[in-house]
Design a protein around this ligand. Structure first.
Ligand SMILES: Nc1nc2c(ncn2[C@@H]2O[C@H](COP(=O)(O)OP(=O)(O)OP(=O)(O)O)[C@@H](O)[C@H]2O)c(=O)[nH]1
Ligand SMILES: [Mg+2]
Length: 196
């Protein structure tokens, strides 16, 4: 996969704000602050296309990025951050459910989890949701620079156990800080776009 062009195409809350369902989409989900927007920027080789912040809860909309005029990457709003206002957190469920259940051109949702921690109850519920909609199978363990080499395999094992992953599911460790694991993610995107 070579990223030639990347641009923010749409920012949506409601279905009528989605771009046309004319090409495949791969979305990124995970807890607020897990590193979704940072990883998208690294993949697209753009410093600040997807907004990143020290304040969790930065991404509160569905952000659609047009890649090479061929497919889209969708940055999903994070969950699990207590300080977002109640009205925002109440909107999150219906907004996500509509997108996950009704978007026919959505081929996979890549679930991000923090490599340092056992997946939370909400991570497990999110993955269960993806399984239910047939969108599961790819997990990225973020912030791999925060664990030592010897801890890495153990951490991945903990993630596999907690999410109930099978041998067919893949877990890819990445570090935005060290810029490692990017090639594997790009190869996975290629493979997903060739499926079906
Ligand atoms: N050490 C380290 N920090 C990272 C890494 N990736 C992201 N971060 C930091 O984690 C914080 C959150 O990153 P974001 O990319 O904004 O997280 P997000 O998942 O998009 O968060 P929401 O938009 O709130 O859902 C930022 O301070 C990043 O700099 C990484 O690989 N290593
Ligand atoms: Mg974000």
């Amino acid at each position: 996969m070579i990223i030639r062009t990347a641009e923010l195409e749409a920012v949506a809350v409601r279905k009528n704000q989605y771009p046309p369902a004319d090409r495949k989409e791969i979305a990124f989900a995970g807890r607020s602050n897990v590193g979704k927007s940072s990883l998208i920027n690294l993949l697209l080789n753009r410093k600040n296309l997807a907004r990143v912040s020290g304040n969790p809860g930065k991404t509160r909309t569905l952000n659609f990025y047009n890649i090479n005029d061929e497919f889209r990457i969708v940055d999903l709003p994070g969950y699990g951050y207590a300080k977002v206002s109640r009205s925002v957190s109440e909107d999150w469920g219906p907004m996500m459910e509509t997108y996950l259940s009704e978007r026919d051109n959505l081929v996979r949702v890549i679930q991000l989890v923090d490599i340092r921690h056992k997946p939370s109850l909400q991570d497990c519920q999110m993955y269960e949701w993806l399984r239910h909609f047939g969108l599961s199978g790819t997990v990225i363990a973020t912030k791999a620079d925060k664990v030592s080499k010897s801890e890495l395999n153990r951490s991945i094992h903990v993630i596999c156990r907690a999410l109930g992953l099978s041998d067919e599911d893949v877990v890819l460790p990445v570090s935005v800080l060290k810029r490692t694991g990017v090639e594997a993610v790009l190869e996975t995107l290629d493979a997903l776009l060739l499926m079906e």
